[in-house]
Design a protein around this ligand. Structure first.
Ligand code: KG4
Ligand code: ZN
Length: 366
């Protein structure tokens, strides 16, 4: 009798241990890196949904005097900052390398030198601590910033608007990403930065132009390119030229233009096209959820217009949290948890892919 009780007790203890081990295995604790442009960022993400820490070292001040990001300067800053960020991240998350279950890294798209700094650091950590290395597409990262709001419901459509990208991404199911439209020239954020420069606003000009846009009126009739075209593409270079010509002409004739009105007119032109194309895309791709992500997703005008339009539809609208719209490693950690479940894994031969892109949705290929 005693023996049977003992055996039973031992089995119970063992199953308790196994349960504990299973639980420990199921918990994902990812150290993620993001160095694709001008932010050096390292985060610790639990289960793809909880930010234990998200360290972001920005280089904006170093690039401001050049009016944009200088790739060589960016790489050098990443080298200086990366180990500091790793140590800070582990310390503030109260975790050690032994607690981690994986290392995630942005491998493209982005600046090749900048990407390589993060990739090298991530490889070293993964190799030294026998951890899986998870390669993450930067755009998947931007989209997965919304995972901290709530898990993405599929099918979903994402509008990703940043300094380097403007695209509509169709996600029929988890792990599948297809481009259905993109900018044919400048990205939306890049256009904000370029017209901001003409107005004497420091890089990155987006936030200041956005603020000014709420103080003026739409008095300049700037073009809304490709708005009525039967596709989901964008073009902002015509708008940029129209804006710059207007300002230069005024300078030549000694006229002073109202900066708030200029900003409102410009912002309306950008957001009208972004929203019109997104709604056209939703007519063809009936998604359960619409996602707004990327640096320009912080734009108040864009958020308001989309709120208004999407409230007329039976669809969930999820915006990336304001703090996670710009580049950061937390979004990379969230994306990595999903990608790892789908088998994503890299070895020590992982290289930077500066021009990394999703495939086009078959019937939209151009
Ligand atoms: O996603 P992000 O941090 O970097 C890239 O991957 O490009 O985006 C940075 C871009 C910059 O062009 C910046 O001017 C723009 O996002 N941006 C904004 C706003 N906040 C940042 N553009 C318009 N309105 C904003 N509120
Ligand atoms: Zn970005």
């Amino acid at each position: 009798m005693k023996l049977i009780t003992l055996v039973q007790k031992t089995l119970e203890d063992k199953s308790g241990e196994i349960n504990k081990m299973d639980k420990a295995k199921q918990t994902s604790l990812i150290l993620s890196f993001e160095t694709s442009c001008d932010e050096t960022s390292v985060a610790v993400i639990k289960d793809g949904t909880e930010i234990l820490t998200n360290i972001v070292a920005t280089q904006i001040k170093s690039h401001q005097r050049f009016g944009g990001v200088v790739p060589e300067v960016a790489s050098r800053h990443h080298i200086e900052q990366i180990t500091i960020c790793i140590n800070k991240a582990l310390e503030s998350a109260h975790v050690t390398y032994a607690d981690l279950t994986g290392v995630a890294i942005t491998y493209g798209p982005g600046l090749v030198g900048s990407l390589l700094v993060g990739i090298t650091a991530a490889k070293v950590v993964a190799w030294a601590h026998h951890l899986p290395l998870i390669p993450v597409n930067h755009i998947v990262g931007h989209i997965y910033a919304t995972n901290f709001e709530h898990p993405i419901e599929f099918p979903a459509l994402a509008l990703v608007v940043s300094g380097g990208h403007t695209e509509l991404v169709w996600m029929p199911q988890e792990g599948e990403f297809k481009i259905i439209g993109e900018t044919r020239d400048d990205a939306a954020g890049e256009t904000y930065d370029k017209i901001g420069r003409v107005m004497g606003i420091n890089y990155p000009a987006g936030p200041t132009v956005d603020k000014l846009a709420h103080e003026g009126q739409d008095t300049f009739d700037f073009p809304r390119a490709m708005m009525k075209d039967d596709n989901f593409d964008f073009s902002f270079s015509g708008l940029k030229s129209a804006f710059i010509n207007t300002v230069h002409h005024a300078d030549q004739v000694g006229e002073t233009l109202d900066h708030a009105n200029l900003a409102t007119s410009f912002q309306n032109a950008v957001t009208d096209v972004l929203v019109a194309k997104a709604m056209r895309a939703l007519d063809k791709y009936p998604a359960k959820e619409f996602i707004l992500a990327g640096g320009v997703a912080a734009n108040r005008g864009l958020r308001e217009k989309l709120d208004q339009e999407l409230s007329k539809r039976d669809i969930e609208f999820v915006k990336a949290p304001l703090k996670l719209c710009g580049d950061n490693a937390a979004m990379i950690g969230a994306a990595a948890e999903m990608l790892q479940r789908h088998g994503a894994k890299a070895d020590m031969s992982l290289n930077a892919d500066p021009g990394l892109e999703f495939e086009w949705e078959a019937n939209e290929a151009q």
